[in-house]
Design a protein around this ligand. Structure first.
Ligand SMILES: *Cc1c(COP(=O)(O)O)cnc(C)c1O
Length: 367
């Protein structure tokens, strides 16, 4: 049996004619930039996330970058974030000249440890950038409380968590700004790169829109220096088709996760995902923590099972950040997660036979 980590063809086949019709409509209009589909998608994603405004952008990375630029984050500022995330989170902070200040994770959820945030705050701190890793929202109530106390912005890196909720509130709707990615492997993925910024603040929404288009308003008059962070009409048109299916896809991922939980629960050496009772995860990844991780991975590869390591090196240990002066041991929970976790296939179209095969293969490795 073959079980890939992700099977995008299985997702595409049943919606192929809908997607191709949407693509054809864009070609017929030839409105490749700022077509009406972009505005429509912004409206729908804002509503879907419980936000006032949505600003389509070219990627999740550009969502984060544009957010930092619109908030005026600059050289000398410090932004608190997690070292256990995709590179873009800290990369964007660096690119605006600010300093990423890492705070270790809670190993149970792999999200930022809120009890350690306050001691990382200095006079230079301007924002907290929590990441909702693997589809589960970080502990936002204490984060918002700290932000209020110290007058900080909160930028939610919700790139892996569109549609997830925290105490009934949607990912991206709690902080100052929320950022989504439509990279093909995310729950809502497009045919290339794409992203969206959401906010509850209509004025900030306008500033983000200006920043997305070279800082120009009106056209060819620039109050600020922005960039070209636009979302293609083609991508928006495809996303409008796929958004209708997002909740059922995420539900199927939750159901697959529950099946793994059930099949793996007798294995005491395996730490399964811990979802806080107040959270609804969208399981962008189903990540387990195991002994002999690399050997297990090799074994599963030989069995035809795709896995991935998200992420093999904690960001404080990356060469490009060496001038931050960190060393191994600075963030032990993040380092442990990087060394011991592996993601299993959890995509919506997985069959029960595949889930059983993956689980049985893992069990046979540890026997
Ligand atoms: C995917 C991702 C990003 C970047 O999104 P792109 O669309 O690939 O640029 C940023 N942060 C996290 C946590 C991500 O998972």
């Amino acid at each position: 049996m073959k079980v890939p980590l992700l099977d995008l063809k299985a997702q595409f086949n049943p919606i192929k004619s809908e997607v191709m019709n949407a693509v054809e409509a864009v070609f017929e209009s030839q409105q490749f930039i700022n077509g009406p589909q972009v505005k429509e998608l912004e409206k729908q994603i804002a509503a879907y996330s419980g936000c006032k405004a949505g600003i389509g952008v070219s990627s999740g990375t550009d969502a984060l970058l544009c957010a930092l630029m619109a908030l005026g984050i600059k050289a000398g500022d410090e932004i608190i974030t997690t070292p256990f995330t995709f590179f873009a989170t800290a990369g964007c902070i660096w690119r605006v000249g600010a300093k990423p200040v890492f705070v270790d994770i809670d190993i149970k959820t792999y999200n930022i440890d809120v009890d350690k945030i306050e001691r990382a705050i200095t006079k230079k701190t301007k924002a907290i950038m929590p990441v909702h890793l693997f589809g589960q929202v970080a502990d936002m109530d204490p984060i918002m409380e700290i932000a209020k106390k110290y007058n900080l912005f909160v930028i939610e890196d919700a790139c892996q968590s569109i549609g997830a909720s925290y105490k009934g509130r949607k990912a991206g709707s709690i902080g100052t700004i929320g950022c989504f990615s439509f990279f093909p492997s995310k729950n809502l993925g497009t045919a290339g790169d794409g992203g969206m910024i959401v906010t509850q603040d209509a004025v900030l929404g306008e500033q983000l829109e200006i920043m997305r288009g070279h800082g120009s308003k009106p056209k060819y008059f620039h109050q600020v220096v922005g960039g070209n962070f636009r979302l293609d009409t083609l991508q928006a048109a495809i996303l409008l088709v796929k958004l209708k299916h997002l909740d059922s896809w995420s539900e199927a991922r939750r159901s697959n996760a529950a099946k793994y939980d059930n099949l793996l629960k007798s294995m005491h050496s395996i730490v399964r995902p811990h979802i806080e009772p107040h959270n609804v995860s969208i399981y962008n990844q189903y990540v387990i923590r195991v002994p002999k991780r690399d050997e297990l991975r090799k074994f599963l590869t030989e069995k035809g099972i795709g896995t991935e390591i998200y992420y093999p090196l904690s960001l404080h240990e990356q060469t490009c950040f060496k001038e931050l002066g960190h060393r191994k041991g600075d963030f032990p929970e993040s380092e442990a997660a990087a060394a011991e976790t592996v993601a299993l296939p959890v995509y919506p179209e997985l069959t029960d036979e595949q889930i059983t095969y993956v689980s049985e293969s893992i069990k046979s490795f540890y026997k």
